[in-house]
Design a binder for this molecule. Structure first.
Ligand code: ATP
Ligand code: MG
Length: 333
C-alpha cells in the first residue's frame, strides 16, 4: 500500500538528532547541498526552492535557503518576507566575512534565509574567488540542508554552484523557450565540469567552443565530445565517459496545464539521454495553480498556507522522492 508523505517522512531520521551525536564526537557532518537551476527565468526555481525548504523545516531538518540569484534576488518574497537588509551583498562587498551574521530566520521554524545581493550590482557576476569562498563557507554551515536558488542563464558561477551541489534539480515550464534553455543549461553544466576535471588543453579548447555555442568544430553535445575524444585517446575517453555517467540531474516540470504538458517530463528525459547522452531523472510535474500568485500577493508561503491545493500535494510527492534516497546515500539511516 502506498504510504502518505507524512508516513514516508517519518521514516527519515531527523538529521538534527544525528548531528548532535556527531558533534559530541567532534565529527560534524557537512550539510547536504541541493541546487535548483534550469536556464530560463520565471519557470519556478524560487517557487520550488522555497517550498522544498518549508517541507524540510517542517520535518525537523534545519535548512538554509540561499538566494544565489545575484542579479534578481527574490526568494524572500516566496517566504512572505521583505527583502532582508543583510545578505550576500554584504559578503561580496566584504562588509561581512561571517555568513552566520547575514542569515535571517523565516516564519518556519528551523528554516533560515541567506538573502541575495540585489543592492550590490557587481555581485550579479561574482568573481571566481568570491564564489569559491562562498562554497567553502556553505560546506561548513551549521545546518542540515543548504538549498541554492540559482538565477537564470548559464554564467559560469551559476554552473559552478549547480555542480557544487550533491543534488541537482532543474525546473522547466512547458514552453519551447524553457525546454530549449534547459538543454543548453545541462550541456553547459556538463561541459563546464569536463573543463574543470580534465587537464588536456585540446579538450578544454573544444569545450570552450561548445559552451560558446560556436560549434564550429562540430561538437555540440556531450555525445559529440566523447566521440571526438575517442578518435584521439582511449584513456581520456574513459575519463570523460566516467564524468558523463556520474552526471545526474533531477527534473521538475512546473506550471503544467494540460496532459500534453505533463508528457514533457518523460519526453525531456528521453531527449537528454538520446541526444545529449545525459541522465536525467523525472521527479514530477507541478500543476499551474492560481493559488501560487495568491500566496505571493498575500505574503503567505505557499505550502505552509495552501497545503490542500493540487500543486502543494504534487510538491509533497516530489519531496518524498528527493528525501527518501538521502537515507541510504548519506548514511543517515
Ligand atoms: N505552479 C505554479 N502555478 C502558478 N504560478 C506559478 C507556479 N510556479 C511559479 N508560478 C509563478 O511564476 C512566477 C515565477 O516563478 P519563480 O520566481 O519561482 O521563477 P524563477 O524560475 O525563480 O524565475 P527567475 O529566474 O526570474 O528567478 C512566480 O511569480 C509565480 O507566481
Ligand atoms: Mg528565482
Amino acid at each position: 500500500m502506498e504510504m502518505s508523505v507524512p508516513q514516508v517522512l517519518e521514516l527519515v531520521p531527523k538529521r538534527a538528532a544525528v548531528r548532535s551525536v556527531l558533534k559530541e564526537k567532534g565529527n560534524l557532518r557537512p550539510p547536504i547541498v541541493w541546487a535548483v537551476g534550469g536556464g530560463k527565468g520565471g519557470v519556478g526555481k524560487s517557487f520550488v526552492v522555497s517550498n522544498l525548504g518549508i517541507f524540510l523545516g517542517k520535518q525537523g531538518h534545519r535548512t538554509l535557503l540561499v538566494d544565489a540569484d545575484f542579479g534578481g534576488s527574490n526568494l524572500h518574497t516566496f517566504l512572505g518576507m521583505s527583502a532582508p537588509t543583510r545578505g550576500l551583498h554584504d559578503f561580496f562587498a566584504k562588509r561581512s566575512r561571517n555568513i552566520g551574521e547575514l542569515v535571517v530566520p523565516t516564519e518556519i521554524s528551523g528554516v533560515s534565509l541567506l538573502g541575495g545581493a540585489q543592492y550590490y550590482l557587481e555581485a550579479a557576476n561574482p568573481k571566481f574567488a568570491q564564489k569559491e569562498r562562498l562554497q567553502q563557507i556553505l560546506t561548513r554551515a551549521d545546518t542540515d540542508y543548504v538549498l541554492l536558488d540559482l538565477g537564470a542563464g548559464t554564467a559560469f558561477y551559476i554552473l559552478d554552484l549547480f555542480l557544487f551541489a550533491q543534488e541537482k534539480i532543474v525546473v522547466v515550464s512547458p514552453e519551447p523557450t524553457s525546454v530549449e534553455n534547459v538543454y543548453q543549461f545541462l550541456k553547459s553544466a556538463f561541459f563546464r565540469w569536463v573543463k574543470r576535471e580534465i587537464s588536456s588543453p585540446q579538450i578544454k579548447q573544444w569545450v570552450d567552443r561548445a559552451i560558446d555555442q560556436r560549434a564550429d568544430n562540430g561538437i555540440k553535445t556531450p555525445v559529440d565530445l566523447i566521440q571526438r575524444i575517442s578518435e584521439m585517446d582511449p584513456q581520456l575517453t574513459e575519463e570523460v565517459e566516467n564524468l558523463r555517467r556520474s552526471f545526474r540531474v533531477k527534473l521538475v516540470v512546473n506550471q503544467v496545464r494540460t496532459s500534453k504538458d505533463s508528457r514533457l517530463l518523460d519526453a525531456i528525459v528521453q531527449a537528454c539521454d538520446k541526444h545529449l547522452g545525459l541522465t536525467v531523472e523525472p521527479l514530477g510535474c507541478v500543476p499551474f495553480d492560481d493559488t501560487v500568485w495568491k500566496s505571493i500577493r498575500s505574503r503567505k508561503p505557499f505550502v505552509q498556507h495552501y497545503s490542500h491545493s493540487a500543486s502543494a500535494r504534487r510538491l509533497e510527492i516530489l519531496l518524498k522522492k528527493l528525501v527518501l534516497p538521502e537515507k541510504g546515500k548519506h548514511g543517515v539511516a
